[in-house]
Design a protein around this ligand. Sequence first.
Ligand code: BTN
Length: 327
Amino acid sequence: MRSKILDLLREAGDSYLSGEEMAKRLGVSRTAVWKHIQELRRDGYDIVSHSRSGYSLQSAPDTLRPEEIKNGLRTRRIGREIRFYPTVDSTNLEAKRLAQQGAPDGLIVVAEEQGKGRGRLERSFFSPAGKGIWFSVILRPDFLPQEAPKCTLLSAVAVAQAAEDFGMKVGIKWPNDVLADGRKLVGILTEMSAEMERIHYVIIGTGINVNIAEEDFPEDLRDKATSLSQLKGEEIPRVAFFRAVLEHMDALYDSILREGFAEVFSMWRRYSITLGQMVRVIDARGGKDAFTGRAVDIDEDGALLVDTAEGRRRVLAGDVSIRPQQD
Ligand code: BTN
């Protein structure tokens, strides 16, 4: 009902719409309409009223509520269904619970705040209220489980494209850290449930630092993390940015389902700050096999190809640090 009232007010534009007219169009009482208007005002919508002519929407808050995100969202799959939480333990955990109950392909879980934001390798992820976009997408693609890790690249590319739309330049460090000025802007955690031959679901959890000032980060993150507002030097409208990310994700997911990962790979290469650089690779087992070489490309599995003095190495998982150029 809330979103229908908002739709009517938005349709009316600058004109006023009477409570009676809205009640008639929505098939509810005028009191019901009035109650919803009060609730919307409490949530930060600026709705002015005029005793004769009715209500008019002046402005909407920048909250990640479904009715805001869906307003003008052009996607086929991603975000057609949205679950919003003012606060949640972790959007990945909630997405997992919903996926186990049969949630559809493309459903997204988004929260204003996470109490237990999760990072890779059992780390925690800083997710303060109202300052970022913390969300997870449930995908149910019809391909083999070994293809799933490549889905992570989709999110990194979509955020890089959205940043470009908003006039910012960011880079992707293999496999999926989005960086600006050498500091981390976005974290991505992909999880999956599958049998040998079939994916049940993939969950891509993405945390975008949007309006976080340097001093808002815990001290140990200050020199490692940054945000879009720090990069641009001004506040970024979260809803509009999120819509751009979802639209890019949707287009990339569509191309994956139709033609495979070629488009995602070519976009990933465009934003990569790893390729062409000397890198130090510490393998996923924790440093037993560390080596240095030049990162030359990614292959069809999304593995990083690194040329070392002993020949070419293929890195499927691990931590990569970019070494400062010597020459
Ligand atoms: C990392 O960089 O280690 C990955 C961080 C992933 C954070 C996001 S925020 C939304 C989603 N929910 C979580 O609990 N984690 C991911």
